[in-house]
Design a protein around this ligand. Structure first.
Ligand SMILES: Nc1ncnc2c1ncn2[C@@H]1O[C@H](COP(=O)(O)OP(=O)(O)OP(=O)(O)O)[C@@H](O)[C@H]1O
Ligand SMILES: [Mg+2]
Length: 462
């Protein structure tokens, strides 16, 4: 595994920024003696450059610096990593500055000169903001152990996830299919105080409309034909725990108001019942759709949208964090091997070329697709190292299988229309008739796919 091994550093990392090199050195030595790992930067720009590689737990910066000052640096950090604590050191206790700093979200300010203990105390507070010990929530913490990543955007996302998990705020997780939305929802549940109770996943796409209400809200005996006894719904089953509403964009419009009421009143009324009973759930929802469009098109209630979307966490697609691919591939290989203990070939890893191919592949199906590719390679491998040819083969298959619905439909329409135009040699009237579509509708389709019937008219071209 080598460089792909998880980050095992056990010291808290502090990035120290000051444009006075001698002060920088003195402070760095003091903090190192306290057991911190310290990196120094002599300007705001250098500090920003050091962020992704060093991944500090805390940034300490001087306020007055040439070029980018402490607050400008804070703003730049905050734009990228809104939860990274920044401590600002001020020279003469310029109170207006300091007030401005805390209002902006600076973690703390400290007036020079200060005692070493004062600074250490603030650093420790910043480190423990994420629980005990400071290494949680990220490096090796139980709640997010299953989420394999080394990408700094993912680490930032996880830190935000940990912070929201400590409240009951509703969370909306966005991300392409297979990016790990459900995994993140589980992690949030695990990190929260509700972990002793269950997380109930509800796949809004999978439940037929006519069953939706009873499934979600429960029903009384005799509420409808076939309801021979009363049943608790999924919301009630999540009482005290977390309700995970997957593919929330597909929730039928007619039940959205009822769900909103549950969230607002914190009580649920089952089908056929005259009274509501109290329920205490935290809602995490997920979608790969654009909910704003759904709101604009009135298929999703705006009030429910705001209720569910107190905090948004967006998981980046795998292609935007390729640095995760080697780690994930190794992890998934380990998983696949443990599932197939008696397989003849004892696969130990990927060839260099195979790994390079995976690192550069497009991954429209994200981590789920990567898992499928790895599984397939493990089954078909005949030696200890998986060759590039096997990866290539698995990728070719999966790329087709993993097109998102809209893209797959587009591709189908295009192929279908080209086929029709070829058959009819560009005769639109005939093609439309074969497709059983009226002509103007058919023209619209052709236009959408930028297909020109003239190009299919053979006789004229010759
Ligand atoms: N960072 C990760 N580390 C390890 N495994 C991961 C990671 N992200 C996703 N996976 C795995 O990839 C698969 C897909 O993840 P998950 O079901 O959470 O995705 P999803 O975003 O909910 O997908 P969909 O939109 O298709 O429902 C799961 O098997 C999950 O365990
Ligand atoms: Mg899912």
């Amino acid at each position: 595994m080598g460089s792909n091994a998880p980050d095992m550093r056990d010291k808290a990392r502090i990035l120290l920024v000051d444009d006075d090199p001698s002060l920088l050195k003195v402070l760095a030595i003091r903090l190192q003696r306290q057991g911190y790992e310290v990196k120094t930067a002599e300007s705001g720009k250098r500090a920003l450059a050091a962020l992704p590689g060093f991944r500090p737990h805390v940034v300490i910066t001087d306020m007055r610096m040439d070029g980018m000052d402490g607050l400008a640096l804070f703003d730049a950090i905050h734009a990228k990593e809104p939860t990274l604590p920044v401590i600002v050191l001020t020279a003469h206790g310029t109170i207006p500055d300091a007030v401005d700093a805390t209002q902006r979200g600076v973690f703390a300010y400290l007036t020079k000169p200060f005692e070493r203990d004062q600074l250490v105390e603030i650093i420790e507070r910043a480190l423990h903001m994420f629980g005990e010990p400071y290494e949680t929530p990220l490096d090796d913490a139980e709640w997010c152990r299953e989420i394999i990543t080394r990408s700094s955007t993912m680490k930032t996302l996880l830190r935000e996830a940990w912070m929201v998990s400590q409240s009951d705020a509703s969370v909306l997780i966005r991300g392409e299919s297979g990016t790990g939305k459900e995994l993140l929802a589980r992690a949030i549940h695990q990190a929260s105080e509700r972990r002793a109770k269950t997380m109930i996943p509800v796949n809004c796409t999978a439940i037929p409309d006519q069953l939706f209400e009873a499934e979600l809200f429960g029903h009384e005996k005799g509420a409808f034909t076939g309801a021979t006894q009363s049943r608790e719904g999924l919301i009630k089953a999540a009482n005290g725990g977390t309700l995970f509403l997957d593919e929330i964009g597909d929730m039928p419009l007619q039940f959205q108001a009822k769900l909103l009421r549950v969230l607002q009143e914190k009580e649920v009324r089952s089908v056929g019942s005259t009274h509501a009973s109290p329920v205490d759930v935290r809602v995490v929802s997920a979608t790969h759709q654009n909910l704003e469009t759904a709101v604009a098109e009135k298929t999703f209630r705006e009030d429910l949208y705001y209720r569910l979307n107190v905090v948004t966490l967006e998981i980046p697609p795998l292609a935007k964090r390729r640095e995760d691919i080697p780690m994930l591939a190794d992890h998934l290989l380990e998983h696949a091997r443990s599932e197939r203990r008696n397989s003849a070939a004892d696969v130990t890893g990927f060839s260099k070329e195979a790994m390079e191919l995976m690192i550069s592949a497009p991954w429209p199906g994200n981590i789920r697709q990567l898992g499928n590719v790895v599984d397939q390679c493990v089954v078909l491998a005949t030696g200890p190292l998986i060759p590039a040819s096997l990866v290539q083969r698995a990728l070719r298959r999966k790329e087709k299988a993993f097109l998102p619905f809209a893209k797959a439909r587009d591709r189908f329409e295009f192929d279908y229309l080209t086929h029709l135009l070829e058959m009819t040699e560009g005769n639109v009237a005939q093609a439309a008739r074969l497709a059983e579509r009226n002509r103007s509708e058919f023209y619209k389709l052709l236009h959408k796919h930028e297909l020109e019937p003239e190009l299919f008219r053979r006789g004229e071209a010759d």
